[in-house]
Design a protein around this ligand. Sequence first.
Ligand code: AHR
Length: 816
Amino acid sequence: MKKLLAMAMLATAAINTHAIENQPDSLYLFSYTTDHNKNHDGLHFAWSIDNKSWHKIGGSHNFVSSDYGPWGSGKRMIDPVLLRRKDGKWVCTWLVNEDGKVIANTETDDLILWKPQDYYAAGDKKNGNRNIERQQIVFPDGDRRKGVVIKVERAVVNDLIAEYERSQYRNARQSELMRDDPMRFKGLKDVTFTVTANPTDKKAISPELFGIFFEDINYAADGGLYAELLQNRDFEYTPHDVRGRNKDWNATYAWSIEGEGITMSIDTVAPLHPNNSHYALLDISTTGSALVNAGWDGVAVKAGEKYDFSMFAKSEKVTPFELRIVDKDGNVIARRKINIGGKGWKQTKTVVVPDKTVSDGRLELRPLATGKVAVDFISLFPQNTFKGRKNGMRKDLAEKLVDLHPRFVRFPGGCLAHGNGLHNIYRWKNTIGELWERKGMRNIWNYHQTMGLGYYEYFRFCEDIGATPLPVIAAGVPCQNSSDGGDGQQGGLPMEEMQQYIQDILDLVEWARGDKSTKWGSLRAKAGHPKPFDLKYIGIGNEDLISDVFTVRYKMICEAVKAKYPDIQIVGTAGPFNRGSDYEYGWKLANEMNLDVIDEHYYVPSGWMIYNQDFYDSYDRNKTKVYLGEYASHTPGKKHNMESALTTALYLASVERNADVVQLSSYAPLLSRRGHQQWSHNLIYFDNASIRLTTDYHVQKLYGRNAGDEYIPCYAKADNNQENVRLRMGHSIVRDSGTGDVIIKLVNLLPVKVTTKLNLEGILGTTVRATAETMAGKPADEGVAPVKTEQEVSPVIDYEMSPYSFTVIRFNPDKK
Ligand code: AHR
């Protein structure tokens, strides 16, 4: 209750912002930071009438924080200096660490919206004068701080106070949780909600609204959707793949020798391919031992199914081996004699059929003769992949993605696309061609990416599932949170490399769409796809810092792609949040450049979804469209429960209403292998034997499978007009012009029943049978899946929504 009262008081405070009306016209403003929290504290303000007695604005509220370097060890602000220039603009500079070599620099007109930061060497004149006097202030609570004092108009201080109060108000609203509902809605009676369709005002909406975000995070590709069963098949893992250089993570990772008769060493002389420079050299002194691969938490195979085994070897003479798949108790469940090697690298292939299903087996290669043999690129791949594709996707996982009915697939990320440092930018050309010629590399999420699931497999998968590819390519800069290489900041490709970098992007279009007489189209054809692939979107950049380094490269790329391929829709970027400098300046650039689409990201507390259903209502319909490229509703402990599911369902009803400006959306991240998680809130969890679909997955599926291309607006009114009640009821009506089906989505986030009086006159002539799918449960319930029923729907019906529920009713007015 105390919390609810506090929230109400804050709401009032937000209206009465000007707390210092009766003070002089000019005041002293003190800007400072603290060394708290390893200098992650950002810039604070305090004000004073007399430069003696000081009042902090919002205690430790930070008005701008450092964006330099990686999360954790970076993002530090030391010794900030805030100056006002003659033109009235403010400039703030600070040291990003103790060595003082790099100075962060940002500007602002109002001390509230700050420009994206740039970073210059100490002494660069862009930093302005940092040799100004710092004053020591002692606050009434005894806190002593050094900083800069400037005289300002009272309005400046008032605006800062107002901004602080607004932020408190926002925070209070977005941290509302359903566990407080018994108090919040004490005594609340069932609600009646009248929803009257207004088909005459229907509008066209994007038919591609729901897609998926694929990133190799949490072992989503290698060890996940990519069906290879052996880990480190090419002996290319290196300690550098893992932050902190884990020495056990090396070329022998996942491999071991069982028994005494073999030694294994790693060699690089005359490799299979320069991009695959390591291989294992086996020195076999006696038979009876084995080279073993542990797979991904074990090798998972099914009884009676066929598995393609292949490997490369070279040796003085052809050497016989026994290939075995063994269960965890040592029982052999598949075996085959193979002859490997000979002079020069030779590939051996065979098919094995296990007689038992296991999820935690291993692969053994047992030499049947002594000698030295070099081995590389050892692979075990199910034939039973999704659509039976060679080098394809794990079938059960792929089917779960298909069930979402995604209209597009984003790839390869996320941060993976722009990488951790310049050398880690994802390059599509490294991911095509023969598997052993591809260039695997460090995965930004601290493991190894083989590129086995490369651009060819990605485009083929999109085609197989009827989805449009949406490749995202770095804007010539790595992730602004980079920790690997250089001084750990965004940086940018040297200008002399930009022409080739841009050419690579243009070559991607030719590779996807060019006919087989073109240089790049011929490679696609050679890989097995003479027909062009569909490609109409290219994303440039991923939630980047909109710095000068970024902007110049971003513009060069976008302009070059548009000049050569005017029909390609460029998807730009608007930073990692739904507000603040990268969002504002990302949008400003998009407007200046007249970009087709812009990619917004926001992972938000579940309460944000409730209070921001009008987020897109005021967006300009005639400008750049939106790709809501990464989003999720996070509850405490990042649980996938009804609270996260329902707040998302509610918010998506508003996104659907705005799908004339929001063209694309994808929840993130998508996949997570149990026990290998770098991100704690994902749509689907899996291991070798099972798949867990989250409540959020079911919401995505209900929206994806019940999308439309026309939105039918409604007049909606509840018999309870309290704001927090009204905002917890959502609805959306769409029509799919392809099937003629009309789909109604109803969301109830209240602890009481809501009777929806639906008036569908003008849409529905007579009573028809319809299917309804409902998810209902308590806010903390996990594992809730929709329940399907058939029911009668007439033009005027009372539909009773259970407390905390989401219902989708689908009917076809033409079918009786
Ligand atoms: O979805 C996980 C990560 O979140 C993405 O890689 C990145 O773009 C975002 O910060």
